[in-house]
Every structure is written in structure tokens, then in C-alpha cells.
Ligand binder design. Structure first.
Ligand SMILES: [Zn+2]
Length: 70
């Protein structure tokens, strides 16, 4: 995974939390980490079709928002 701030590749060790089921029946998982290099926040949303799909896989997740580096 590439940090959206400093573009350095890192092995993600993100905190994750199930946030619920949306109106289309998708399961939502929130992921977060502070980049080890630039110390900025990285936050991702992963949607999956089933609750039991491995939420630790970040494939197809979307980076939602992050603080811009100065
Ligand atoms: Zn970074």
C-alpha cells in the first residue's frame, strides 16, 4: 500500500472496525493508520458483500479523507 501523503510503500497494519450494514446490504469496515514515515492520518473504507469476508484485506477499499501535508 502506498501512503497518500508521502507516496512511500508500507505494509499496512491498520486498525479496523466494523461500522454496519448500509441500505444496499453492504458491510462497511473502517481502517485507519498513522503513516510511520510522515505521521499523517490514513483512513480507508472497505465495503464487502458478506460479513465474513476477510476485513483485513484492503483490496478495493477507498481512501476517504486525509489531512494534507504542509
Ligand atoms: Zn506517509
Amino acid at each position: 500500500m502506498e501512503c497518500p501523503h508521502c507516496q512511500v510503500n508500507f505494509h499496512p497494519q491498520m486498525g479496523n472496525m466494523w461500522i454496519g450494514t448500509n441500505g444496499n446490504g453492504k458491510q462497511g469496515h473502517l481502517f485507519w493508520q498513522i503513516c510511520l514515515r510522515c505521521k499523517e492520518f490514513i483512513v480507508c473504507l472497505k465495503e464487502s458483500d458478506t460479513f465474513y469476508q476477510d476485513p483485513k484485506t484492503l483490496e478495493d477499499s477507498d481512501i476517504l479523507a486525509f489531512k494534507k501535508s504542509q
